[in-house]
Design a protein around this ligand. Sequence first.
Ligand code: SF4
Length: 348
Amino acid sequence: MGDLVQITSRRALAKPAPPVFDPAELDLPPSPMPSRLPGYLALHETGELARRAEAAWELLRGCTVCPQNCPVDRTTGRTGACHSGEEIIVGSWNIHRREEPPISGTRGAGTIFFGGCQARCLYCQNFWLSQMGKGIRVGPERLAEMMLELQRKGCHNIDLVTPTHFVPQLLKALVIASDKGLHIPMVYNSAGYEHLHTLRLLDGVIDIYLPDAKYADNREAMRTSKMHHYVEYNRMTLKEMYRQVGGLQVDRYGIATRGLIVRHLVMPNGHAGTRDVLTWIARELGPDIGLSVMDQYFPAYKVHGDEELGRRLTWREYREALDVVEDLPFENLFLQEDLTEIDTTADV
Ligand code: SF4
């Protein structure tokens, strides 16, 4: 698998993007305030952030945080399909340098990987964390400390990975962290399977949305990820995220300050419905979003021996996805660097 590279014009598909400008060359301090203050600080000032946290907490009782709608009261410690109760599960919190260039930038994203997951992907590469209960259990105070630690390390943002099932806890943590000086943007990096009422509580809180668009077919989504009506929920999710933050905006160093970047993982044998997914995105969202087309599928967890999913993607399959992209009007593309190589092997 290659790193993601940024292509700013579909006509430039055959060329590698220039590297992101390194502010360290200007001898800037390690953790400058972002050029635009994140939205959650304004909401915190008026008390709205705390009000949202309280409203979100109510969703945990007979949990409707996500579309799985599990009939459990998580405030009593009971768990739903995400195997998560009231406590937050964290797998790791670290500097991450291999997200899309505007997210990782030069100092890295401050990535917090959450444990548990609303989905049950048979091919999950992090199954030990998403489906086997690993990770440490923390409360909102400790999560706030993790965010502040990542900010002290100079990260460009807080990159929340698989956060959906912990939105109420996250909002509580954000109130605490804002009180203590957190001031870098929030990135919400999810499966793109959200309830509208939960997303509305994040309006103005999240600066950058980084959702997946995984499938174009509900039966495939159900069979391999156990998410019902994924396509309808996903499309509603992407539209609402776009309504909230709009197209991708970057500062003068190329670092994301706001906006939507949609990720699509190309899968073997057309399993993800790549053409339909990308065509829908181009038609229904703006060409100004970021679009990340990924090739790193490999057969992990339960798909060894699966006729359809038990192998890696071929180079030809990824190239076909790029042929689709070339005909669509996206302005900000993030593609695997394999694209820029002359590759005569069958596999990516
Ligand atoms: S967040 Fe978890 S418990 Fe709540 S509805 Fe979703 S999967 Fe079920």
